[in-house]
Design a protein around this ligand. Sequence first.
Ligand SMILES: Cc1cc2nc3c(=O)[nH]c(=O)nc-3n(C[C@H](O)[C@H](O)[C@H](O)COP(=O)(O)O)c2cc1C
Length: 317
Amino acid sequence: MVDLSVKIGDVTMQNPVTPASGAFSWEYNDVIDLNRLGGLVAKTICREPRLGNPTPRMAETEAGIIQSIGLPGKGIEYFVDHIVPEYAKFKPPLIVSCSSDNIPEFALLTEELARVPDVDVIEANISCPTRNLTGQNFAMHEDYTRDAVTAIKAKCAGKPLWVKLSPNAGDIVSIALAAEAAGADCLVIANTFLSLKIRTDNFRPALGNKFGGLVSPALKPIVLRMVYQVAKQVKIPIIGIGGVTKAEDVVEYMLAGASAVGIGYAGFRNPTALVQIIDDLERWCDERGIKKITDLIGAVKDDDMEMDPLVAASHGV
Ligand SMILES: Cc1cc2nc3c(=O)[nH]c(=O)nc-3n(C[C@H](O)[C@H](O)[C@H](O)COP(=O)(O)O)c2cc1C
């Protein structure tokens, strides 16, 4: 039977399937066994309580949902006292996503989180597209990324720092290199695509925040391309997030260079999807005699395509 375990730096995960921040909570344990997951990823927290964005916060489009939740939450104290203990009941590593719109507060929040023994990993969400009306965030520019990640890393007290990047940046490879150089231990690629829907009945934007982030299976080919490009340039592990709905999507992300994946949308549609994908992944590997899932990481066969794409594309596997 295949060994599904993967290592993200010093963090060992029993399989490469994790939920994506914000599209998951410990309450999913009512329908799936959370101990089956590779990791538990908490919704992004901010230091102070936040109401989140004005409603409506979600709208459907033909291409998926656009959502603009706006990071509502009860702040760090409530999170540490009430939410961390809920996650600590389960075995997979706890990855805590955090965010701020200014570097001093981001660093302080990280320092406070790093002190909590049950927090295994700090995921810096420097890429939320709906925190403010403009869609701006640190991950849109390499200089802001470098400054934010440097300050956050200094407060991690030795805990691993994963940095979530934005697919809205013009050149995600430069941003990834900046995050790596500033001390990121892993790159999470990616957050949602900044989007807009306009109602034709009243001519107004469909979301209260105007812009939202698109989540959809349509993200996968685009984010997969980003993971592939970044993996060619960085040495740290990558977690691919965007449009994973089945085991073969996990395989694709790993072939492109990801060490693990995150799943949001598919778990919304069907909360049992995460466990189903783990089971299917195991079967997929066993049927092909794959002994270690880590053998898939970066194993895309494309060396010859640099030379002659037409000939290479005609090869079988
Ligand atoms: C309702 C909702 C809330 C989200 N909230 C967060 C969040 O708090 N922090 C974050 O980093 N990403 C958040 N995301 C983005 C997801 O983590 C993920 O990057 C995105 O949904 C793409 O993955 P998917 O195609 O599997 O859904 C949210 C997504 C959804 C659908």
